[in-house]
Design a protein around this ligand. Sequence first.
Ligand code: SF4
Ligand code: SF4
Length: 199
Amino acid sequence: MRDGTGKLMGIWKDIKHLFIGMRITSKHLGRHAITIQYPEEKWTMPERSRGIVVLLSDKVTGELNCTACMLCAKACPTGAIIIDAPRDENKKRQLKGFIVDHGLCCFCGLCEEACNFSALKMATKYEFSSTTKEELVWDVNKLQAIGRDVDYIDTRKKKVAPVAKVTPVTPPTNSTEATAVAPAPEQAATGTDDKESGV
Ligand code: SF4
Ligand code: SF4
């Protein structure tokens, strides 16, 4: 008897949960689908998403904005950034190589925050899957090529053209000019000129 009641209770619970599930499904039936048919449809990532790391180029010259300051590599917690930038005879770093291992990257965004030269950005791109780890290691050329069409706000401080020095105008030293400009002693005393006095 007890077994029969237990079975009936179990069936009743199942029916109840079935109706709960159907109620939730019916609520979403007429709504817009959240999922997309990838890869036919592509997802546009929100502007501030942290996608793949790319290098940015100057919008005018097309050259890399990177100054090889190494800050991004030092900020990276996983060692995903490797920069080859030896110093020249003037002790200035020359960028020879820039590697980002997207297999090591944890997409924390610290490299982008560390960069003061608008040279590196986490782009709103996400299609970089690969069957080998080696293909996830991107060199400077690939990083620059993928970053070419990435829009960014250039926050670099441009050098301002030097302002021409203004030399003060020296007053005329010629005695005739000085006489013509200076008022007559009578005018200076009365504060009137010939026209006003009717002479
Ligand atoms: S996002 Fe984070 S882990 Fe990836 S390269 Fe930048 S600092 Fe390194
Ligand atoms: S990407 Fe930015 S932080 Fe990294 S080395 Fe270049 S200029 Fe420095």
